[in-house]
Write a protein that binds this ligand. Structure first.
Ligand SMILES: Cc1cc2nc3c(=O)[nH]c(=O)nc-3n(C[C@H](O)[C@H](O)[C@H](O)COP(=O)(O)O)c2cc1C
Length: 204
């Protein structure tokens, strides 16, 4: 028997089941289910929101594991759980709404827990080197307006660089754009995004 591919799906819409990025993620899951050889772990980063990273939590990472007090253990566990889950999967799928020209703060809070020197990347004389090997990522974006390919698309470079810092350089983006630009536009755009998802699932 072949080992199933393990896929970690992270939702970050504040609109829950009504989120368009969640709709894309659901389509993705339906297509995966038809394949039957991919095991999905799904997280809702809004329902299980991590707080903003602060200095006290950051300091807990610097204390040796066996020297942490109860509070430091609890704080360090946030990042450790996110890291363990990331390393335990083969494919990372991010369902990403565009809010105020950026990624949701809840998703940023997740990246703040996994982008850690010595854990997911290290500094070398030649610059940072990613330590997360053999993984790929797929980003499903949902946007009210149209930005892909323009200087106003802040998400694509930001996510590409954060994933790349960890060593995840194989990244595919699916764009559902113009969702606030009328029904016809929205439906066409979602249809195209779903087709792009079908192609990606077929090549997983
Ligand atoms: C708080 C908020 C901020 C938004 N900011 C933008 C924006 O800056 N640009 C844009 O094109 N659409 C913006 N939108 C529209 C969203 O991108 C659109 O509703 C998209 O479907 C969000 O993904 P979701 O449905 O998965 O939550 C915003 C929506 C919300 C709720």
């Amino acid at each position: 028997m072949t080992t199933p591919t393990k896929l970690l799906l992270l939702n970050s819409s504040i609109l829950g089941d009504n989120g368009q990025s969640r709709g894309l993620a659901e389509h993705f899951k339906r297509r995966l289910a038809a394949r039957g050889d991919v095991q999905v772990t799904e997280r809702d980063l809004v329902a299980e929101a991590l707080p903003h990273l602060d200095g006290t939590e950051l300091a807990s990472w610097m204390v040796a594991e066996d020297e942490r007090d109860a509070e430091q253990r609890e704080l360090a566990a946030r990042s450790e759980a996110a890291l363990a889950e990331l390393f335990d999967h083969d494919v990372l799928v991010l369902a990403v709404p565009l809010y105020n020209l950026g990624i949701p703060t809840q998703l940023k809070a997740w990246f703040d827990r996994v982008l850690r020197a010595g854990k997911t990347f290290r500094y070398t004389e030649n610059g940072p080197q990613g330590l997360v090997e053999g993984k790929r990522a797929i980003v499903l974006t949902a946007r009210g307006g149209q930005y892909a390919g323009t200087a106003l698309d802040s998400q694509t470079p930001h996510l590409t660089h954060m994933l790349g810092l960890m060593g995840i350089t194989e990244v595919d983006f699916v764009y559902a754009e113009g969702l606030a630009m009328g029904d016809r536009h929205r439906e066409a755009s979602i249809g195209e995004a779903r087709q792009a998802i079908d192609g990606l699932v077929a090549r997983l």
